[in-house]
Design a protein around this ligand. Structure first.
Ligand code: FNR
Length: 343
């Protein structure tokens, strides 16, 4: 389909599905096992409705889209998160993702399992473009870990996003049927001691991606993390894991101070502007998006740029229609996240 006929993120999936070899599309689309978590990530947003306000001047809400992530300025509170193997969608691989992030001034977090190497991706960066580097790390191999940290730093990455929700390979039957599953991860022994040790190997801030409970978010704060990234890996690791929206609600209910003690990011199932608005209302600072940008990357830089622009517009429209004057001052009362709100 011509790019200008795609009007929202789900359209990019439909277009990619028609265009890509089925094995490649399936690698992106896949969730773990029966894919309950994959579906729940998408559907959970409908179970927590908004509480729109009226009689609010929302005419400037679009100008409140820009935010900071770890102190760096970006034009929107959402980012392109780490998804492996962009080469399955486009021969230019990660180039479209990194260039669109630069064009639109949003954060991009390349995967360690990208098709291109860390220096290759960096070669497409704009001067002064801020990226963070995702990493899987093997506690029994500090030499490899140091190499990743040093490459990330040399490439100008400003933070490491250490993925901790994948200690074993995901059980992904849909992709296995096409032999399209991920590289096998080492089974690993990732602990808080290991996190503390990692801090001695780099001076880059190390964010933890894949936190799924309030206790672990609190422990992360106690260990001085620069940010907690709520994620169930897009439902690709363990089926039955909750959506990050539900985890954000658990933190809001039991330890709301976490949202001020550290920055909180979240991803999983975000497809519409209203989804972003709900997560921001709960206290999330920035929202990651995985699959939709991989599908948009079938169209390369132009496709990813269009997807980013469409979502920016939707966030502003949905915030305005929900009666949000300033996205940075949105608060939990805009979402029905606890029973008492609904009364
Ligand atoms: C991922 N994800 C992921 N996460 C990570 O930390 N490192 C990685 O290499 C990958 N690879 C990967 C590949 C593909 C094809 C997908 C779809 C996902 C998980 C990703 O960062 C993110 O958590 C989810 O994609 C978010 O869910 P949505 O936006 O895809 O619904």
């Amino acid at each position: 389909a011509p790019l200008d006929q795609l009007v929202g993120l789900p359209d990019f999936e439909a277009a990619a599905k028609r265009y890509l070899p089925i094995a490649n599309y399936t690698y992106y689309r896949n969730g773990a096992a029966g894919e309950w978590s994959f579906r729940n990530n998408l559907e959970v947003f409908y179970r927590y409705p908004l509480r729109p306000r009226t009689m609010v001047d929302t005419s400037n809400v679009q100008s409140t889209l820009p935010t900071t992530i770890l102190g760096y300025n970006f034009s929107a509170p959402f980012f392109i998160t780490s998804a492996a193997r962009a080469g399955l969608g486009n021969p230019a691989a990660e180039r479209g993702l990194v260039e669109a992030a630069a064009a639109e001034n949003i954060l991009y977090v390349p995967s360690l399992y990208a098709t291109l190497s860390i220096p290759e991706i960096a070669s497409y960066k704009a001067p002064s473009q801020v990226t963070f580097q995702q990493a899987y790390l093997d506690p029994s191999n500090d030499t490899a870990t140091k190499l990743v940290f040093d490459q990330a730093k040399a490439a100008g990455s400003k933070a490491i996003v250490f993925t901790v929700d994948a200690p074993a390979e995901g059980n992904r039957q849909r992709a296995d049927r096409y032999d399209a599953s991920e590289a096998v991860l080492p089974f690993t022994a990732i602990t808080w001691d290991y996190y503390d040790h990692l801090k001695t190997l780099t001076d880059l801030p190390i964010i933890l991606k894949g936190i799924q409970t309030v206790e672990e978010a609190q422990a992360a704060v106690a260990h001085g993390v620069p940010a907690v990234y709520l994620s169930n890996h897009g439902g690709r690791q363990v089926d039955g894991s909750r959506s990050p929206l539900e985890v954000a609600i658990e933190i809001r209910a039991q330890a709301p101070e976490v949202f001020t003690q550290t920055e909180v990011y979240a991803d999983g199932g975000v497809r519409y502007g209203g989804d972003v608005v709900k997560l921001l209302a709960l206290g999330v600072r920035a929202v990651g998006i995985g699959r939709p940008f991989m599908y948009a990357n079938v169209y390369g830089t132009e496709g990813v740029t269009r997807a980013v622009q469409l979502l920016k517009r939707e966030v502003a429209l949905d915030a305005a229609n929900a009666g949000v004057a300033d996205l940075k001052n949105i608060d939990p009362s805009y979402v029905i996240w606890k029973q008492s709100c609904a009364l």
